[in-house]
Design a binder for this molecule. Structure first.
Ligand SMILES: Nc1ncnc2c1ncn2[C@@H]1O[C@H](COP(=O)(O)OP(=O)(O)O)[C@@H](O)[C@H]1O
Ligand SMILES: [Mg+2]
Length: 329
């Protein structure tokens, strides 16, 4: 397969067997530099196996994988794993090392200077919203689950790896903390320009995080590939539709910016706000929630300056939902 300039990770007819049975059969996939690519599929379909083939914790039984155009089988596995961040559900923080020592792990392996490492540890702690003055010297057991997971992510991102593999990293967190970390995660990796391959079986998580996603069936067969809105709006099959759930249209609203579901003010900024007010950074789903909660027929959308931009009504919401289903948003 020809290597394109924007390709970061290319899987070509990848196969892996266990006990002579294929658990990943014929997976071909191109992940572009800088994107968050989500592998979404039911438990046991081969997602974790696929990630482990990428960082060579497992060997291929067929096909090939290339990273930035280089066949990974020509790269020393230890070196490869140092260059790729890997976050799993069981966090895997070293219990007898402090938070700072944990985050510094790969920096030390790569021979960074003490000053450089120290500065990076502080930067990473701030990135994941943990005050270095409070948390750097703590041990993992002195943190909550959510804080431990933040440290796990900070450790994986500390050397600003070009590639980050994440295997259901937020699965063990309680729903509120999980949602908070998910919503911050996109920003963390975008700041570092990292390409992310993110594995989950949670549709909401996939929709929230993905630039593009692949819906996987048995043995990692690709059922559908596209942006969250493409997949939610136009499921490729009954199977995909069922997997996404009967409320997939509601889910689609979570990825539609509210500004795509409103009518703009005719005069470009009327001061008279009617009904509840919502920021233009919100989603169409946020507007729907607000209308239901307030029993209101409409929501006024405002810029951060407070100027009113337009209005969402039941009508404009239904319009946006229909467009999403047609894949025309
Ligand atoms: N070390 C192993 N030995 C034998 N079978 C395995 C091994 N690891 C995974 N499998 C099997 O491969 C399949 C895919 O597993 P996995 O990649 O962990 O799925 P997922 O992460 O999508 O839940 C499962 O049927 C699992 O039982
Ligand atoms: Mg798994």
């Amino acid at each position: 397969m020809q290597h394109m300039e924007s390709d970061h990770l290319v899987l070509t007819s990848v196969r892996r067997d266990f006990n002579n049975v294929a658990v990943v059969e014929d997976l071909s996939l191109t992940i572009k530099r800088g994107e968050i690519f989500v592998l979404l599929g039911p438990s046991g379909c081969g997602k974790s196996t696929t990630l482990q083939l990428v960082n060579r914790l497992l060997d291929l039984d067929g096909g090939s994988i290339s990273l930035e155009g280089i066949d990974i089988e020509t790269i020393d596995p230890v070196e490869l794993r140092r260059s790729i961040g890997y976050v799993i559900q069981q966090i895997g923080l070293f219990p007898h090392r402090t938070v700072a020592e944990n985050i510094a792990t790969v920096c030390n392996l790569l021979g960074w200077s003490r000053e450089e490492t120290h500065a990076r540890v502080e930067e990473m702690l701030r990135l994941v919203d943990l005050d270095p003055g409070i948390y750097a010297g703590r041990y993992p057991h002195e943190l909550s689950g959510g804080q431990q997971q933040r440290v796990g992510v900070a450790r994986a991102l500390a050397t600003a790896p070009a590639t980050l593999l994440m295997d259901e990293p937020f699965g063990a967190l309680d729903p509120i903390i999980r949602r908070q970390i998910q919503s911050e995660f996109r920003q963390w990796v975008q700041e570092l320009g990292t390409t992310v391959v993110f594995v989950t079986h949670d549709v909401d998580e996939a929709v929230l995080l993905a630039d593009r996603m692949a819906i996987l069936g048995d043995r990692c067969r690709i059922e559908q590939l596209g942006t969250p809105l493409q997949v939610l709006g136009q499921p490729a099959s009954r199977a995909v539709e069922q997997f996404l759930g009967h409320d997939r249209v509601l889910r689609a609203l979570t990825v539609i910016p509210v500004t795509r579901a409103m009518t703009e003010n005719a005069d470009g900024g009327s001061p008279q706000n009617q009904g509840p007010i919502l920021s233009s950074a919100a989603s169409a789903h946020d507007a729907l929630t607000l209308m239901l909660r307030n029993g209101s027929e409409s929501v006024t959308i405002t810029k951060s300056s407070g100027t009113s931009l337009g209005k969402v009504t039941w009508h404009t919401l239904i319009d946006a939902a229909l467009k999403a289903q047609e894949g025309t948003t």
